[in-house]
Write a protein that binds this ligand. Structure first.
Ligand SMILES: [Fe+2]
Ligand SMILES: [Fe+2]
Length: 311
């Protein structure tokens, strides 16, 4: 039996909460059960979904619609899995075309995306502005001994570590994923710079913005598919309350230069069923104490109540 923190069940927060989750990977039936079990803690809760909802458009739409029906506002940033072009997906779109199609799906559902104005959260821990980001990666988190992307990729291949993105995440019409990343970084940097510096930001990105959280990867070659050096100082340059990310399937809280980073991933069933895996989703991002305060470590909520009987 995995460890479950029950302390917070008696400690229901008062007032609307800002919650976050990522890596729902709803192609797995057991993860769809998790989505069906997700509920707000109180009226007016918002839910951040930091990417990797799934691969197939109809499954992504199902998950976001299910969550949209329950939470006052859902905010989505894409993961690498949403950007794949799966063979079975009738949409069949690649790269930018696929991303723009997903943005349209979100708009039809009332889900906010990186293409929308950054929403102001005025519930518990606010006011903060929530900025969902889509930045991709550019292979700058390469292996320590590689001089360039090619060497880093070669080392990864030799180690038997190749991200599936290499086969399914197409950059069209850009020539490469790093060119697409370059355009996204430039666009996003400009938008963040235009934000009111007096209002703290919750930066939501599928990847962790800084490299340090990647240091514990079991397969260090995987880091090159996990972000870009170009965002290394964004949590300092912009008035950042919290960085919310996923992708690594290592849910935890870390601090970098005094800024809190929250990985909020669920991951695959084989991962969240592992003894000791922290299954605290959805995670509460802000407390009444203020944006910079650390959230409690265990926020099991009804999801874990529901799963308790299954495991
Ligand atoms: Fe994932
Ligand atoms: Fe991912």
């Amino acid at each position: 039996m995995n460890e479950i923190n029950t302390e917070h069940r008696a400690d229901r927060p008062r007032g609307p909460q800002l919650l976050a989750v990522s890596d729902l990977h709803v192609a797995h039936a057991e993860n769809r059960t998790i989505v069906e079990g997700l509920r707000p803690e109180s009226d007016g809760d918002w839910l951040i979904v930091a990417g990797d909802v799934g691969e197939r458009t109809e499954q992504i739409a199902w998950a976001l619609r299910t969550l949209r029906d329950r939470f006052a506002q859902v905010i989505w940033a894409p993961g690498n899995h949403e950007l794949w072009t799966p063979k079975q997906d009738p949409a069949g779109l690649r790269g930018v075309g696929r991303y723009e199609h997903l943005v349209e799906v979100c708009r039809d559902l009332g889900v906010l995306t990186p293409e929308d104005p950054y929403a102001l959260w005025e519930g518990t821990g606010g006011p903060v502005r929530i900025a969902p980001l889509f930045l991709l990666y550019d292979y700058t988190f390469r292996t320590p001994t590689a001089a360039n992307k090619e060497e880093s990729l070669a080392q990864a291949r030799a180690a038997g570590v190749v991200c599936t993105d290499e086969f399914y995440l197409h950059p069209d019409p850009y020539a490469s994923r790093e060119e697409w990343c370059d355009a996204r970084v430039a666009y996003t940097e400009e938008r963040l710079a235009a934000c009111d510096p007096e209002v703290p930001l919750v930066l939501v990105n599928h990847y962790p913005l800084v490299r340090a959280p990647l240091d514990i990867l079991r397969l260090p070659e995987f880091a090159q598919w996990c972000g870009t050096e170009r965002t290394a100082d964004w949590h300092l340059r912009f008035n950042t309350a919290v960085v919310v990310y996923g992708h690594l399937h290592i849910p935890r809280t870390t601090w970098h230069d005094g800024v809190r980073f929250e990985e909020v991933s669920v991951g695959y069933p084989r991962e969240w069923k592992r003894p000791g895996h922290a299954r605290t989703v959805p995670r509460r991002i802000l407390t009444a104490a203020g944006a910079g305060a650390s959230a409690p470590d265990g926020q099991a909520g009804r999801l874990l109540d529901a799963l308790h009987d299954d495991l």
